[in-house]
Design a protein around this ligand. Sequence first.
Ligand SMILES: Cc1cc2nc3c(=O)[nH]c(=O)nc-3n(C[C@H](O)[C@H](O)[C@H](O)COP(=O)(O)OP(=O)(O)OC[C@H]3O[C@@H](n4cnc5c(N)ncnc54)[C@H](O)[C@@H]3O)c2cc1C
Length: 427
Amino acid sequence: MKIAIIGAGFGGMAAAYDLRQAGHEVVIYESANYVGGLASGFKEPHWEWSVEKFYHHWFQSDRSMLGLIEELGLMDNVIFPRPYTVLLHDGKWYPFDSILHALLFPGLGFGLDKIRFGFVGLYLRLTNDWKTLEQFTADEWMMKWAGKQVYEQMWRPLLIGKFGPFYKDVNMAWMWARIKARTTRLGTFKGGFQKFADVFAEKLRGMGVEIRLEAQVKFIKRNQASVMQVDAGGIVDSFDKVLVTTSPSLMAKFCPDLPENYLKGLLELKSMGAVVMVLSLKHQLSKEGYYWFNLPKDAGYPMLALVEHTNFVSKDHFGGDHIVYAGDYLEVGHEYFSMSDQELLERFTPAFKKFNPAFEKDWVKKIWVNKTNYAQPVPLVNHSKNIPAIQTPIEGLYFASMSQVYPWDRGTNFAVEIGRRAARMML
Ligand SMILES: Cc1cc2nc3c(=O)[nH]c(=O)nc-3n(C[C@H](O)[C@H](O)[C@H](O)COP(=O)(O)OP(=O)(O)OC[C@H]3O[C@@H](n4cnc5c(N)ncnc54)[C@H](O)[C@@H]3O)c2cc1C
C-alpha cells in the first residue's frame, strides 16, 4: 500500500515506523520545517541541548513511549532525574509529589482531611473503573468523596488552572487518569525531546519513509477511482490510505466530505490552547532548586505554571543559561494570544520577584513565546461516547489525535500509543 500520514509529531512518526516495517510505502506531510510537533524544541548556538517550546517530561509509567525508545535502541539516552514539584500554602512552597510529602503538607491539616485525601488517592490509584467515574464531574465527585477542604486546597486549583471556565464540566475519569498514570521521577532525552524527534526521523528516512517538510496539507478526498488524494498547496498525490494526526478542527477542514455526524463530532470536541514563554536567565530563579511550581489561579499569579527547566536538567547543557517556562492553558480568544512578547514579559515580570526577591529585569537574556490553539482536550461527562472513531466513515481515511487518547490525558506517550494503534488498524 501507499500511505500518507499528515503530521510529523510523535503520533505520526510512530505510525510511520510500524507501517514502513510492515513493508508499505509511507510519505509524511509536515507543515513545519521540523519534526516533533507539539513536543518539538529549539536551540541557541551556544546550547548543546534543545529546549522544548512547551515544557515536557516523561513519567516512568509511559510504557508506549519508553517501549518505542527501547525498540529503537536509544534507551541509553533516557534519563530520569528527581526534580521537585511544589505547592503553595500560606505564602510558602511545599514539595508535593510523593506520599511522604503529601503526608507532611500542612495545607490539609493532620486530621480527617488528610485521611480522606489518602483514601481517595489510594482508591483512584487502585481502581480501573473509569467508566463509572466518567459519569460524574470531577468537581462533584471530589467535593463528595475528598471533602470540601481537600478539594478546594488540592484538586480544584488544578482543574481551574487547566480548564479555566470549563473546570466544573470536566469529568472524573480525567482526574483518575492523572492520578493513576503519573510518577515522581520525571524523564527526558539527553539532548532534549527535539533530539529524540530528529534521531527518530533519521531512522525513518533510513528505512525509506519520505518526510516532506514545509508541506502543508489543504485538502484530502476520495476520488471516483477510490483513491485517497492529498492536496498540499496545489501538489496532489494519490494514496491507498491516509492517517491524519492534527487537531479535530483541522481534520474537519481537510475533509469536508466526511458524513455530517462525524464532522459534527469533530467540531463539538472542546479543547484549550496554551501560551508559554521560555526565558533564558543569567541566574537561577528558585534558590531551593524547585522545578515545577503549581500556581493556584486565585493566588494572583499571571500564569498557571512556572517551571525551571534547569532545576531538572543541568544548566551546563545550555552554556550556563538558566531556562524558565511561564505558561498557561487558555481559551483561544484570551488576550495573551494577541499580546506581543514584550507586553507579555511586562505582565509576567512582577511575578518573578515572588519566586526570588533578588530577581531583576536585567536577569533576562532572551525570551521566546510559543502559542498553540490546540493544547489540551476538555473531556466532558460521558466523554467516551463522543470520541471520533480512528477509522472514519470514509474508507481509507483514519484519524488519531490527542482528543482520542481518552481516558488518558494527552501526552507523547499516548500519541505513540494511538499512532501505533491506528497503524495496526490500517494494516
Ligand atoms: C503546554 C504543553 C505541555 C505538554 N507537556 C507534556 C509533557 O510534559 N509530556 C508529554 O509527554 N506530553 C506533553 N504535552 C503533550 C504532547 O506534546 C502531545 O500529546 C504530543 O506531542 C502530541 O503528538 P501528536 O503527534 O498527536 O500531535 P502533534 O505533535 O500536534 O503533531 C501534529 C503535527 O501535524 C502538523 N500539521 C498541522 N497541520 C498540518 C497540515 N495542514 N499539513 C501538514 N502537517 C500539519 C503539525 O505541525 C504537527 O507537527 C504537552 C503539550 C502542551 C501543549
